[in-house]
Design a protein around this ligand. Sequence first.
Ligand SMILES: Cc1ncc(COP(=O)(O)O)c(C=O)c1O
Length: 457
Amino acid sequence: MQKKIFLNEDEIPRQWYNIAADLPGTINPPLGPDGKPISPEMLAPVFPMNLIEQEVSTERWIDIPDGILDMLCRWRPSPLHRAIYLEKALKTPAKIFYKDESVSPAGSHKPNTAVAQAWYNKEFGIKRLTTETGAGQWGSALSYACALLGLECKVFMVKVSFEQKPFRKVLMQTWGGNCVASPSNETIVGREILKQTPDTPGSLGIAISEAIEQAVGDESGQTRYALGSVLNHVMLHQTIIGLEAKKQLAKAGIKKVDTVIGCAGGGSNFAGLAFPFTHDKINGADIEIIPVEPASCPTLTATPFSYDHGDVAQMTPMLPMHSLGHKYIPAPIHAGGLRYHGMAPLVSHAVEAGLMTPMAIQQLECYEAAMTFARTEGLLVAPETSHAIAATIRKALEAKETGEEKTIIFNLSGHGLMDLNGYAKYMAGDLHNISMSEKEIEESRKISMGGNPVPKI
Ligand SMILES: Cc1ncc(COP(=O)(O)O)c(C=O)c1O
């Protein structure tokens, strides 16, 4: 049986898919401080105009420039694997496929948008990028992309992950990136938070505030901010994953996909695989599409669709998304990339439109799934990715119950070779499940949402 399906370099997709062209209903715009939709010019101090144009575009297909294809082809097209050893161990009639994004230089899907964002910034004349990182995958990816293009890179890494994964900083430094723990003493917002809560584990919301503050504070105008998830242009760049996967499944003779699964922090790896399949679903295909989040930071499964800021200091516009409140500091789980209070507006919109069925899973089930995967397929995955595997195993066991030969595909968003601390703690029995009670969810939203209007689809 064929174990992996490759595409040649010349078979790489040449256009990204923009789901904004196809989602049902009106897409709610980001709102400024006055509650009115923001204009592209208002984003200009933060992002270069060529990326802002992508952010607001509703064109269905967007050409990938040759300069970006050139960089993507250093590791793409990524392989599609059939998980036959996992299938055998589960004794399931389901066919399980996974798209292996861990083969990129930084070890995850993040370089797909990092090289694109760095390229557009360079085209626009920018010399330096600032960013946040949770688990360190995005900071590594952007440092790598900046090294390829000769840009400077500054990374604010969430403090708890900075301490859990020290080698991520070394990786960023190797590629020339400058990584500091967030909150830091380098920004006004960082100093203020450290004064009030010196022991805070940090959050993506805080790190985003610090990175934006530094970018807009550069009076030379040569610095911009890059975000590793959440925004429309990031989702767009990641669709290369699903577009490749569809070609590979066709090569493997698969006529119908039943279930598409990805873990969801800010939503980008999930959207990258899922949006091209969501396009089919919008056009009548019967596909179950599942974003999986941690039970300790449940946005899609536990909060209403509403407007909130993307960061603690309210520097970002208000985005229409599911949110635990921009001040929420998620529990310090090892899946650092899933510790985000909000969600990509395009993913939130698709969930609200009934195109996706989100799931939240506890960390012990996820680690157990990752161990099963390592002992069958051999790959040791990132703790974020383990959420997709746990959901895949649930679905494969459901198929065993019903005897259905379902085809399931999940996104293997990254390897876990720099996340061994979490595995060590799991094997020593030192990890436990963490979930938010309904009261905690309500409290967290009350503290930081301020009763923002809920947009209708
Ligand atoms: C390996 C991996 N998977 C998933 C994620 C979650 O991010 P997103 O939801 O944007 O894919 C991260 C974020 O750091 C990650 O490193």
